[in-house]
Design a protein around this ligand. Structure first.
Ligand SMILES: Cc1ncc(COP(=O)(O)O)c(C=O)c1O
Length: 429
């Protein structure tokens, strides 16, 4: 982005402007952009959808990508481009492109690479809407999708080798089971079979893991979560090699999931404190997970910091810390889980993650409601599983709140029978 971005217009000097009618003068005056000689210390929010060129040749060159610059907001915007370049830098990527949501970023990454007749091998354990996009949208467009357990590298190899595979798709830390993928191992398998590895790094963020540095070809991220960090902006980002990002940029121009500059600004603001937040999220989540593991009525706790986590050693190598996401199962299944959530007073009852405040959800009825019972089982999601996005509150307050939840869960669980899954309510995100 140019450092001083508002030179006076060369093409349209308004010398004779006083002879013009009121409406013309009002429009021209109201669209005069102030010149700023000093550098703003935060990235300006460029709300303009249209950017004017000095002549037709320049406009043509900008629109066709032969000259850097801006012409139309769906194609590019300085605030959005600033966000994409920041995330690319933090992920160790050559280039990046930002989208309206994480789902749009995932779709663009996959659909810019795969066409009808191609094959994708994807993780069984993933965000529910990612599973739905792969099983529904991609298959409807003739892309074959096979779901496998990414923690079983032999099974991944068998699936990838079974037929020519274009994409291997994993999550660094899976939603909601906190399964950790061996990115370097998956990259090695993908590349040996001519496939590209795409990794969703939403739960880890580039502070805890940089998948591109250990072999992934593209990293996708819901910037709605830890990157922005305050649950007030929707955004997604894809980062990787320039030629891959060029194809993704072209895909977005034709499909239109452009990020709003206001949201890009909020994500940029969040990124300034990403390191501090991830340290605190990780420390509090590790302490809460260790405490939960000692409580009556808690049957399993999943957090990468726990020695009992199935990929604890891998996580210690691959992640800077355990992250802010944990999952746990309660004795008493779904009824105990609902009683637990209803008794909490600090946690927000909503279906997102990665914010300053704590959120506890029941994945089968919220974030993973699109999965039928068989897909839930295959993804490792038991009826009583709860997922917690640990916020930045004081640990003692969270422990006291969870104690309250556990008391309610024990009371409910003592008479609760595990019934069949109820119909999934329509909950956003
Ligand atoms: C791991 C993961 N990836 C992608 C998404 C989608 O992000 P968005 O809601 O920004 O589209 C989510 C949303 O929860 C997620 O958890």
């Amino acid at each position: 982005m140019p450092e001083n971005d508002t030179p006076p217009p060369r093409r349209h000097p308004d010398a004779a402007s006083s002879a013009r009618g009121f409406a013309t003068r009002a429009i021209r005056a109201a669209h005069r952009v102030p010149r700023v000689d000093q550098r703003p210390t935060s990235v300006p929010i460029y709300t303009a959808v249209t950017f004017a060129s000095d002549d037709a040749a320049e406009l043509g060159e900008v629109l066709t990508g032969r000259r850097p610059g801006y012409a139309y907001g769906r194609i590019d915007n300085p605030t959005v481009a600033a966000l994409a370049s920041v995330v690319a830098e933090l992920e160790g990527a050559e280039d990046g492109f930002a989208f309206a949501t994480g789902m749009a970023a995932i779709h663009a990454a996959v659909a810019s690479l795969a066409s009808t007749g191609d094959r994708v091998v994807a993780t069984q354990a993933s965000y529910g809407t990612t599973h739905a996009q792969f099983a529904g949208v991609l298959r409807r467009f003739g892309i074959a999708v096979e779901f496998v357990d990414m923690t079983d590298l032999a099974a991944v190899e068998t699936a990838v080798a079974a037929a020519p595979t274009r994409i291997l798709y994993a999550e660094t830390i899976a939603n909601p089971t906190i399964v950790v993928s061996d990115v370097a191992g998956l990259a090695e398998i993908a590349h040996r079979h001519g496939a590209l590895l795409i990794v969703d790094n939403t739960f880890a963020s580039p502070y805890l893991c940089r998948p591109l540095e250990i072999g992934a070809d593209l990293v996708v991220e819901s910037a709605t979560k830890f990157l922005s960090g305050h649950s007030d902006a929707l955004a997604g980002v894809v980062c990787g090699r320039r030629e891959l990002i060029d194809a993704i940029r072209a895909f977005e121009v034709d499909t239109g999931a452009a990020l709003a500059p206001q949201a890009a600004y909020l994500v940029l603001r969040g990124i300034s404190t990403l390191a501090l937040r991830m340290e605190r999220h990780s420390a509090t989540a590790a302490a809460l997970a260790a405490w939960l593991e000692r409580q009556d009525g808690v049957t399993r706790v999943f957090h990468p910091s726990l020695p009992s986590h199935p990929q604890h050693a891998l996580a210690a190598r691959q992640l800077g810390a355990g992250g802010g996401m944990l999952a746990f199962e309660l004795d008493g299944g779904r009824a105990a889980g609902e009683a637990f959530i209803d008794a909490l007073t600090i946690s927000q009852l909503t279906a997102s993650l990665g914010s300053v405040f704590t959120m506890v959800v029941h994945p089968p009825s919220t974030t993973h409601r699109q999965l039928d019972d068989e897909a839930l089982r295959a993804s490792g999601i038991t009826p009583g599983l709860l997922r917690c996005s640990v916020g930045l509150e004081d640990l003692d307050d969270l422990v006291a709140d969870f104690e309250r939840g556990l008391r309610a869960a024990r009371a409910a669980g003592s008479f609760a029978e595990e019934g069949p899954a109820r119909p999934a309510p329509a909950v956003p995100a």
